[in-house]
Design a protein around this ligand. Structure first.
Ligand code: ATP
Ligand code: MG
Length: 389
């Protein structure tokens, strides 16, 4: 019975003159996400988006799952659509409710009607009362409960009439592509996928960079990162993943620099390489999964020294979060189970016994001088593998 999907948005209302740009982007993102399920007509009317196949049916549940991952959508409802003719509305109300009663054994309800089309001969309270009585006559198990019903039958009378009972929360945020692009430093850990998702939620396209220290980190570690990029891609329109060979740089640093500065110098190299990649792909920021004080390389002092390696802004959306708060996000976006797979991490392979927690910028710059920075970075970039996910 439910053949149309209504999608609501919230924050786009605030966009004033730019509202159209956001709405149109949302519509085109929806079409891309559902394109292989059916040939959908997607249109907006009165700050609402309607999604309807041009002909035939489609997998409604799959469409709903995908739509709950489209940023910019506040909620969705599968709905029945009939012409705004009272007999047709009554008939449709029975069909929609029959499903609820038979499948879910619901027994209490109320009707909420909204009349958008004022030429319709009945007002909203009249529609509620009359359809309510009609349902009670046809389904003896049903009782009205206005305070805490098992389901609410919503009826919206517009140029057509839409009937629905489910309002499924969406991803919120802003439509992908309205916020430019950022380059995410994506490790196999818990934090960076969550950080990337938070930036993506604000309409930003994500390009990801992973530093791979083969053979110190195995191909399984790389596969894990690819899997995480796939998870992030489900929330966007795809992710480009750059896999940068990092072993030579780590070995050089390990050999030539004081051990307590290994991590900080390595992190500066990650930033510099990510910045080069970002500049090429048009990103306006780097993103990391750092939080103040989480580990030695994430103290205020360490992040000051890391930041100094680049001029692009570095966004750290998890900066004020506790680990448990990050884990909550990771579970919600379904990256957690992948992130906790026990494959080695490039940073744990070359790790000092006592890394500095308060590195000095001057010392760092001094220690780095022995490295042939340009050659190392050029080579790593030349050998970078780029995957479209
Ligand atoms: P995560 O859980 O994201 O791995 P973490 O708590 O393990 O973070 P670090 O290993 O210090 O912390 O890394 C801090 C940030 O640096 C990560 O969130 C990520 O953005 C980036 N990073 C670390 N290792 C890599 C890597 N091998 N490739 C790409 N980015 C990395
Ligand atoms: Mg890590």
């Amino acid at each position: 019975m439910e053949k149309v999907i209504l999608a609501r948005y919230e924050e786009i209302f605030l966009k004033g003159l730019n509202k159209n740009v956001f709405e149109n982007r949302l519509i085109s993102n929806i079409k891309k996400k559902l394109g292989d399920l059916a040939d959908f007509n997607v249109w907006k009317s009165q700050s609402r988006i309607y999604i309807e196949p041009r002909d035939g049916g489609f997998d409604m549940e799959e469409a709903i799952i995908r739509l709950t991952k489209v940023f910019g959508i506040a909620s969705v409802s599968p709905a029945a659509k009939v012409p705004s003719d009272y007999d047709r509305i009554k008939e449709a109300s029975l069909e929609v409710v029959r499903d609820l009663v038979e499948k879910y054994h619901y027994s209490t309800f109320k009707v909420e009607a909204k009349r958008g089309d004022k030429s319709f001969p009945m007002n909203s309270p009249q529609i509620c009362a009359d359809i309510g009585a009609h349902l009670l006559r046809n389904f003896p198990v049903l009782r009205v409960n206005v305070h805490d019903p098992d389901f609410i039958l919503y009826i919206e009378v517009r140029e057509n009439t839409y009937l629905y009972s489910r309002i499924i929360p969406g991803a919120k945020g802003l439509p992908t592509g309205t916020g430019g692009k950022a380059t995410l430093l994506l490790s196999g850990g818990i934090d960076s996928p969550a950080a990337g998702w938070m930036i993506a939620k604000r309409g930003v396209e994500i390009e990801a960079v992973y530093f791979h220290s083969y053979p110190y980190t195995s191909d399984r570690a790389k596969d894990k990162v690819i899997k995480l990029a796939e998870k992030i891609a489900e929330w966007s329109l795809g992710v480009t993943l750059h896999v940068v060979p990092f072993t030579e740089i780590q070995l050089e640093i390990n050999e030539k620099c004081p051990h307590e500065y290994l991590t900080i110098i390595m992190r500066r190299y990650m930033m510099k390489i990510a910045e080069r990649i970002a500049e090429k792909n048009g990103s306006l920021a780097l993103v990391t999964g750092e939080a103040i004080g989480q580990v030695a390389s994430q103290t205020m002092e360490s992040m000051f020294v890391t930041n100094h390696a680049v001029t692009l802004p570095v966004y750290r959306p998890l900066i004020g979060m506790d680990k448990n708060e990050v884990i909550e996000i990771a579970k919600k976006i379904d990256t957690y189970e992948t992130s906790i797979l026990p494959y080695e991490d490039c940073c744990t392979v070359f790790v000092a016994k006592h890394p500095v927690t308060k590195p000095s910028l001057n010392k760092t710059l001094e220690y780095e001088k022995v490295l042939d920075e340009e050659r190392l970075i050029e080579k790593a970039l030349r050998e970078t593998e780029t995957l479209k996910i």
